[in-house]
Structures are given as C-alpha cells and as structure tokens.
Design a protein around this ligand. Sequence first.
Ligand SMILES: C[S@@+](CC[C@H](N)C(=O)[O-])C[C@H]1O[C@@H](n2cnc3c(N)ncnc32)[C@H](O)[C@@H]1O
Length: 298
Amino acid sequence: MVDKFIHKPVMLEEILSFLEPKKGTTIVDATIGTAGHAIEIVKRIAPAGKLVGIDRDQESLEIAKERLKEYGSRCIFIHDNFCNIDKILTSLDIKRVDGVILDLGISSFQLSNATRGFSFVNEGPLDMRMDRTNSISAFDLVNNLTQEEIASLLWQFGQERFSRRIARMIINKRNESVIDTTTGLASIVLKALPHQRQYQRIHPATRTFQALRIAVNQELESLEIFLQKIDKFMSKGGKICILTFHSLEDRIAKINFRNLAKTKEFKLIVKKPITPTIEEVKDNPRSRSAKLRILEKV
Ligand SMILES: C[S@@+](CC[C@H](N)C(=O)[O-])C[C@H]1O[C@@H](n2cnc3c(N)ncnc32)[C@H](O)[C@@H]1O
C-alpha cells in the first residue's frame, strides 16, 4: 500500500559519490524521509558505521525504520527538527560526524497523502504541517492572518507577483465561510490570477502553496539555524551535501557555505550547484528544480 508512494531519492549517485560514505563512519541524514538516500548510505557504512536519521515527520520516520530494520542499532532515528542538531548529537554523545545530507522540502510520500494537505490537486484539509504535533497549520494562517500579512507571506516565501490580489480574494472568501480545504484554496488562487497566469506551465497555486508550507514549517529559519550549528560537528574530510528545490533555500545554503569557506576550515567542492541529468529529470520530474551544493571540512 505504502510502497507506491515511496519517494525516489533525487541525485542519489551524485550524493553518494561526493559523500563517499565509508565503512565504519558516522553519517547524519537530517531529512531521512522514507530512507531513499539513507538505505544506500547504510549499506556502505555497515557493519560498524552509524547513521543518525532525523525527520520532523513521524509517519515518514516509521517507514524509514521499517526499511532499515535489518541494520538494527546501527541506525538511530530521531523525531525532531534538524535545527536542534546540536542537542540531538550531544544527547547521543556524538562529537564528530563524517558526512551530512540535507534533502530539503517534502517527499512524494507526504505530497501524495491528501490528508496531509500539501497538494493542491487532491482535496484534503488545509494542514501542511510536517510535524503533526506542531500547533499552527495552513488553516490557521489562511483563516487568521490579515490581508497585508497574507500578501507579505505570499510575496516573501512564494515570490508570488500577484500576492496582493490573492490575499484580497482570500479575505473576500473568508468573509463568506472558512477556507478549509486544499482544493478550495487552489480555486480561490485561480480566480484571483489574471487570465494568462492561469495557463502557465506550473500550476497557478504552486507559489501560494510553497509560501504557506514554508511559513507553517518555518523552513528557512530551520535551515539557517542548522547551518550555523553543524560546522562544529564535522570531522576533517567530512562533507555536507545540501539538495535544495527553490531559490530561497538555495540562497541560504550558498551564503552559509561561502561564509564557512572564508574561515579556511572548509572548502567549497563545487562553485556552482550541480543539477540532475536530463535522464533523471525525465525519469523523475520532481528532480527538475534540484540543486546540489557540497562543502568539505579541511
Ligand atoms: C525530500 S524529503 C527527503 C527524502 C529522503 N531523502 C528520501 O530519499 O526518502 C524531505 C524530508 O525532510 C523532512 N524535513 C523537512 N524539514 C525538516 C526539518 N527542519 N527537520 C527535520 N526534518 C525535516 C520532511 O518531513 C521530509 O520527510
């Protein structure tokens, strides 16, 4: 049942070739999801290595546990936000790690489950929380923020040109009744946009949904905090691989990597991010916007 939704790991070959997970090393997969990258990493570090798999999403973590169960205590699963990486590693008594992977955003497993509210295609509740124990959902933002706050959120996190029009339309609809479904919100966005935007390559609600998801999950803050903390835990030769899917997160990775490289304790492995091959994009369209950056502790 679950198998058909399991996420295809993006740029797997490239990540393995840069990360070079060796037998006996300690690797952190800070966005383990359904373990697509992790399973290949664990095979390479076994039998003595250790994998710390972190995810905010308990359901994804359960799938990762199931897929990696044959490796027993070599895999440690943590339900937490990766921005707490310092507390997580300290509580595990891990002082240094040999590699880190961050594969940002959400997985196909989360996107395809309509009840999670990430998809504008399938009707579901307006939720979008990666961690369902968090209190604020997309419903709360859409139904409680002011028109100005909604417009600024859509502009800031979705770079949506028509943020004001969409915000105005949301407020008008909200005056009639609460907005509580993904498809309900998508149709409001569609009505708010000028005619030509309704027929573009990407779905007209893509930017609005991206903005809400980033805000609900405080995605950019989490990435920024993680990148301010992880350097102290890297061992010599250890690499940090970050896969981003939109320019806002790529910019944060780029700036933080550049600042770390300036200290001379780290070096950029690639100046420009690596992108997936044409074959991968054909096989897995979700990979089309991926950008991979790699930093090494020297
Ligand atoms: C693109 S998926 C990872 C897929 C995984 N690499 C695989 O191949 O199966 C991203 C995962 O990161 C998790 N995630 C995103 N932001 C997070 C954060 N700040 N802390 C912990 N997990 C996070 C999401 O819940 C999701 O499961």
